[in-house]
Design a binder for this molecule. Structure first.
Ligand SMILES: Cc1cc2nc3c(=O)[nH]c(=O)nc-3n(C[C@H](O)[C@H](O)[C@H](O)COP(=O)(O)OP(=O)(O)OC[C@H]3O[C@@H](n4cnc5c(N)ncnc54)[C@H](O)[C@@H]3O)c2cc1C
Length: 397
């Protein structure tokens, strides 16, 4: 690997090399930006919450604009991907995706959503319980009334893609990257923003893009600014394969809010443990509480009875970022235009990462907002930032 020196001056500094920051870095180069850019991360690339994700990439999302962003991202990821995994061939595994509902209100809601998803991917179909059973034989079809299936949805690895974006972009000329470099402070000068790092480096940048995920509020506060963002914990566990799980289609069950996904190694990941209160991403409890394991186990057994005797292989948690209306915070900070934000991706950052990176790179170069996004995606939709707001999960329909 090429060891890069950090430049003392740069035109753009991206802080945070998760899926979002690294994708912006990649797209700035692809779009022909020809001045100096540096991306830094306090950890190794892609090792923040992008490495905690289940990696589901589905168009079956609450906001239809997000469905289009996922479709575009999938088209991008699928060009290079392979099922083998690894940084040079990041995972993009086409598995299809299924959403189910049993409760009357959720069924009605799912039917409505189906018509908007079908516009994004016409191959999306409605399934009866018997058809769901045929597709994913380990499911107990008596627990569900309706399914929506998109055969071309997939999953991928946020960590692999972040590394891939950096590797494809960094060079000695003008695109620099540096891991294990933590931003600890800022100072405004006539020429731009001076950034202080934990290793004693000082970097002067004309523009700063904050792509630090769940840590974004903390960093913005160091600039004496605020943003309407809360970080919340999301949890997942993986269990041993069980009878029929080799055909398990990645699945989101609306009645319970849980999602299920088969790993390449055969284990099954189950998640839902979104916590509806703010927690400090630097003070994370990695081990989920016992009640969480019990809760998920009971959901699992009711939907997938054959999982009853499967042992737990792993469990973990990470942080997601909530905004007042579940839309991201993109664009220049209203009080300091040279600070750009790319944060607030709730629980669905990997699947939108490639498309969002391109949109943010275009915005950084031209100052223009993409016509692909509604006004809701940009931070200046807020005239005043709300003091407080409830945390809603972005993946929840
Ligand atoms: C359990 C779980 C399951 C999930 N499942 C999915 C899924 O299936 N599909 C999906 O699309 N999304 C999923 N997500 C959400 C997804 O992980 C996030 O939306 C995404 O990773 C956000 O990317 P990011 O680049 O904004 O943040 P991150 O990947 O967290 O990147 C931020 C980076 O900033 C760095 N940083 C922070 N502070 C500093 C500093 N002061 N100086 C320098 N660097 C700093 C961090 O080290 C980190 O690498 C899941 C999340 C969790 C927790």
């Amino acid at each position: 690997m090429v060891k890069q020196q950090i430049p003392e001056k740069t035109d753009i500094l991206i802080i945070g090399a998760g899926i979002i920051g690294s994708s912006i870095f990649y797209w700035l180069k692809q779009l022909g930006y020809d001045r100096k850019i540096l991306i830094i991360d306090r950890n190794s690339y892609g090792n923040g919450n992008s490495s905690k994700a289940a990696g589901i990439m589905t168009i079956q999302l609450p906001h239809v604009t997000d469905s289009w962003l996922v479709k575009e991202s999938q088209e991008f990821y699928s060009q290079f991907g392979s099922v083998s995994g690894g940084i040079e061939h990041p995972k993009f595994v086409k598995t299809g995706f299924l959403t189910t509902a049993g409760n009357e209100k959720k069924v009605e809601y799912l039917e409505k959503k189906f018509s908007s998803w079908k516009k994004v991917k016409p191959e999306t179909t409605l399934l009866s319980p018997a058809e769901i059973k045929k597709l994913s034989p380990s499911i107990d079809e008596k627990q569900v009334e309706l399914g929506v299936y998109t055969p071309t949805d997939a999953f991928g690895s946020g960590n692999d893609w972040s590394n891939w974006f950096i590797r494809r972009t960094r060079d000695q000329e003008q695109f620099f990257s540096k891991a294990y470099e933590e931003v600890v402070g800022f100072k405004e000068t006539n020429e731009g923003i001076l950034i202080y790092t934990s290793t004693g480096n000082k970097i002067l940048s004309h523009k700063v893009i904050i792509a630090t995920g769940a840590w974004s509020k903390k960093l913005v506060n160091k600039l004496d600014l605020s943003i309407p963002l809360k970080s919340y914990r999301a949890k997942a566990l993986s269990i041993e394969a069980f009878e029929g799980s080799n055909k398990l289609v990645p699945h989101h069950d609306l009645d319970t809010g849980a999602y299920f996904k088969r790993e390449v190694n055969g284990n099954v990941v189950v998640g839902d443990g979104t916590e509806h209160f703010e927690t400090d991403p630097d003070n994370i409890q990695r081990q989920p509480p016992l009640e969480f394991l019990e809760h998920l186990s009971s959901i699992l057994i009711s939907l997938y009875p054959a999982s009853q005797s499967s042992g737990i292989m792993n469990f973990w948690s990470g942080h997601c970022q909530a905004t007042p209306d579940t839309y991201p915070l993109l664009g220049s900070h209203p009080e300091k235009k040279i600070i750009l934000l790319a944060t607030g991706f709730q629980g669905i950052g990997i699947m939108r990462g490639a498309a969002i990176g391109k949109i943010m790179a275009e915005y950084t170069i031209t100052g223009k907002k993409s016509s692909k996004l509604t006004d809701n995606y940009w931070i200046d939709r807020f005239h005043n930032f709300p003091n407080d707001f409830p945390i809603q999960e972005g993946f929840q329909l």
